[in-house]
Write a protein that binds this ligand. Structure first.
Ligand SMILES: *Cc1c(COP(=O)(O)O)cnc(C)c1O
Length: 387
């Protein structure tokens, strides 16, 4: 099998599995226990917290463990909205956010909040000027993703953060795709809340974190025990948190190597596709792009069919995003960058990981060329313009 869907999820690194192993049967103590057996477990959680904090130059008190990207986004948005409702009820986001943000915004709209969904340009970038014109005296929160999961576009997060800070508006970024792929330093980056998810960087599923800048009061989202300094109740998923910690350590250690390797593979793949396959276009930005993302539209075919044929060859790629795959509607992100429906329908996303190889890319391009040609045989339009 060739796996090119790392934006959907990644394999857990073998060293991560090893690290987690003792925390199931041997070191199973509840971190809240009052005895020595629990103290060791509590201690490891603090070490992981410190390691994650170090990875973005935060303090360990600013890192809160969650069940993943979705919970972090929900907490950031709903928490901020509830906490600041006396000040205002207006929220600004973009039209190409992950559903974890968009659907949460829709929920907030149903609770009496007003949400502005900023449009993006043809590369998927939010306009900072437009954002500046959208704020109102009652704007309480701006939530703009660091990098898009479908087209890989990186947003002008620094500029947005500077502006938000000057205006005294809370700023959240969904950094699930960017964390450990882009350098993040919260000492310089004016972001107040930042979401990340372990299974996108070779850690286990169902665990992630929310960075909450110190001084920011975010109401709890999970109510119960006093875990996470009283802000996120529930017994900690210790093995998963330990695994996430190891994945962070590996991601930091291999950052440069992986970054360079992924960039090289991405550029190689883009070059081969655009030079060897007619009637296709790369979506997103060529310069402000996640290192492993290739999003490409082929004219005269259905992306869904292409994905099925690739799957029969043992190659996993995705149509836009894992979340929209089952919905059979055109992806809101491709709509957001203004792709005509016909072009959007012929789109696939290839998201590379560090364990992919040039050999896999070569085999993929070979199959892709054949399958694209094969599918186009069914297109009358294609036949007509060939004549
Ligand atoms: C995967 C993803 C999420 C959701 O994270 P989970 O841990 O799967 O809940 C949120 N935002 C973005 C940008 C993602 O890619």
């Amino acid at each position: 099998m060739i796996y090119f869907d790392h934006a959907a999820t990644t394999a857990v690194h073998p060293e991560v599995v090893n690290e987690m192993e003792p925390y199931f049967e041997r070191l199973y103590g509840n971190p809240s226990g009052a005895y020595e057996f629990s103290a060791d477990v509590k201690e490891i959680l603090q070490r992981v917290r410190q390691r994650i904090a170090d990875s973005i130059h935060a303090e360990k008190e600013e890192i809160y463990f969650t069940s993943g990207g979705t919970e972090s986004d929900n907490w950031a948005l709903i928490g901020a909205a509830e906490g600041l409702k006396e000040r205002g009820r207006h929220i600004i986001t973009s039209c190409i956010e992950h559903h974890a943000v968009l659907r949460t915004c829709e929920y907030l709209e149903s609770r009496g909040y007003e949400v502005t969904y900023l449009p993006v340009d043809s590369e998927g970038r939010v306009s900072v000027n437009m954002l500046k014109n959208t704020i109102r005296p009652d704007t309480i929160l701006i939530s703009i993703m660091f990098a898009n999961n479908e087209i890989g576009t990186i947003q002008p997060i620094h500029e947005i953060g500077m502006f938000a800070r000057k205006q005294g508006i809370l700023f959240h970024t969904d950094a699930v795709q960017a964390y450990l792929h882009e350098k993040i330093d919260v000492r310089k980056l004016p972001v107040d809340l930042l979401s990340a998810s372990s299974h996108k960087f070779q850690g286990p599923k169902g665990v992630g974190f929310l960075y909450i800048r110190s001084g920011i009061v975010l109401p709890s989202f999970m109510h119960g025990g006093g875990q996470e300094r009283g802000r996120r109740a529930g017994t900690e998923n210790v093995p998963a948190i330990v695994g996430m910690g190891k994945a962070v350590a590996l991601g930091m250690r291999d950052y440069e190597v992986n970054h360079r390797k992924l960039l090289r593979m991405r550029e190689y793949l883009i070059r081969r596709i655009v030079t060897e396959i007619p009637y296709c276009q790369i979506n997103g930005s060529r310069s402000q792009r996640l290192d492993g993302n290739v999003n490409v539209s082929f004219k005269y075919l259905e992306g869904e069919s292409l994905i099925i044929l690739l799957d029969m060859e043992g190659i996993c790629v995705s149509a836009g995003s894992a979340c929209s795959a089952s919905e059979h509607t055109v992806s809101h992100v491709l709509q957001g960058i203004g792709l005509p429906e016909e072009t959007a329908r012929g789109t696939i996303r290839i998201s590379l990981g560090a364990e992919n190889t040039i050999d896999e890319l070569n085999l993929f391009v070979k199959k892709l060329k054949l399958l694209v040609e094969q599918l186009r045989e069914f297109s009358d339009e294609y036949q007509q313009q060939k004549e």
